[in-house]
Write a protein that binds this ligand. Structure first.
Ligand code: FES
Length: 322
């Protein structure tokens, strides 16, 4: 039996990728070394694309110099870059879950660090990225003279994208903590395009700042600030989940936060879709290095940088079973 996994890159201009060359394709059974066709992909045949490309991967993602248009501190440990990139790249990043790798051009490639794209202006080719300074890679982005290089586009920063894409005229709850506000901004804008009502709850967390407002101000959604680690904060979330009939809940924050949201949703009669940030260690983003590997319920290891995972199973497994 083929593995019925949903690869975020399937059918894109970056498919088939290097995994096809080593019989590790996530979707195509032929490109897993099998003799038969057993995929659930409904787009153009990936194997056929591979053959047409001369039995090679196609469309390797490039690294591009970005012009720093603005760098704004939002707290002692977090700042927001406004970067000019190519219009094509900006357009490709105009999706929930989109992210880029960033580094200072003077640093080696292993300084690449993945960063969620908060907002995109595809007409001017500008993107906004929030950086929380945590370690060597992010510290290297803080220099006043930093020459930024971005690599992308990548899209698997959020699990549950099919739910986001299917929901229309619905009622949604967005819970974002700390740097989780960055992917949440793109999610909220996306939901607004399909005429959804959105209630936004933000905890400044370790970032110590609510910086999402200026990216969603024009949408006129209600934003409530809460301490999600306090009893009071948890009571408020419980009340919203019980009293409002949400169609979709987004959790942007730690796996612990995701688990809490999932467990509260499990108690509800009408259960909304759950969409969460992908918190796995992303290093290459291409399914090659294995740093993002995670086990799914049948024990199979999958690459979380590529595969849209069932958040409920993965989070519960990871946190409850260690
Ligand atoms: S980040 Fe390298 S395999 Fe996923």
């Amino acid at each position: 039996m083929g593995r019925k996994l949903e690869c975020i890159d399937a059918g894109s201009e970056y498919c088939p990728c290097f995994l096809a060359e080593s019989n590790e394709c996530i979707t195509c059974s032929h490109l897993q070394g099998k003799e038969f066709c057993d995929c659930n992909w409904r787009g153009v045949c990936i194997y056929q694309e591979y053959v047409w490309a001369g039995h090679k991967s196609k469309g390797v993602r490039g690294s591009y110099p970005a012009v720093v248009m603005e760098k704004k501190n939002v707290s002692p440990n977090t700042f927001i870059y406004k970067l000019r990139v190519t219009k094509t790249l900006a357009r490709e990043l105009d999706n929930p879950g989109a992210y880029v790798f960033m580094r200072d051009n003077d640093k080696p490639k292993f300084f690449d660090v993945p960063m969620s794209v908060m907002a995109v202006d595809s007409i001017s080719g500008e993107i906004y990225v929030a950086v929380q300074v945590q370690g060597a890679k992010t510290k290297a982005l803080t220099g006043p003279e930093s020459k930024i290089v971005v690599r992308g586009p990548y899209w698997n920063g959020i699990f549950g994208q099919r739910y986001l894409k299917s929901i229309k005229d619905g009622s949604c709850l967005v819970i974002a903590r700390g740097i989780g506000q960055a992917p949440a901004a793109k999610v909220i804008r996306y939901l607004s395009r399909s005429n959804n009502k959105v209630k936004v709850i933000v905890d400044p967390g370790k970032v110590q700042s609510v910086f999402i407002n200026e990216f969603i101000r024009d949408l006129d959604y209600e934003v409530e600030e809460l301490d999600l680690n306090s009893k009071q904060g948890i009571r408020v979330i419980n009340r919203y989940l019980k009293n409002e009939s949400y169609d979709l809940v987004f959790s942007g924050g730690s796996d612990k936060q995701h688990l809490y949201v999932i467990q509260e949703i499990d108690k509800l009669e009408k259960q909304p879709y759950i969409v969460v940030t992908n918190n796995n260690e992303i290093c290459c983003g291409e399914g090659i290095c294995g740093s993002c590997s995670t086990r799914i319920d049948n024990g199979v290891r999958v690459k979380a940088c590529k595969v849209q995972l069932d958040v409920r199973k993965v989070i519960e497994r990871r946190i409850l079973n260690g």
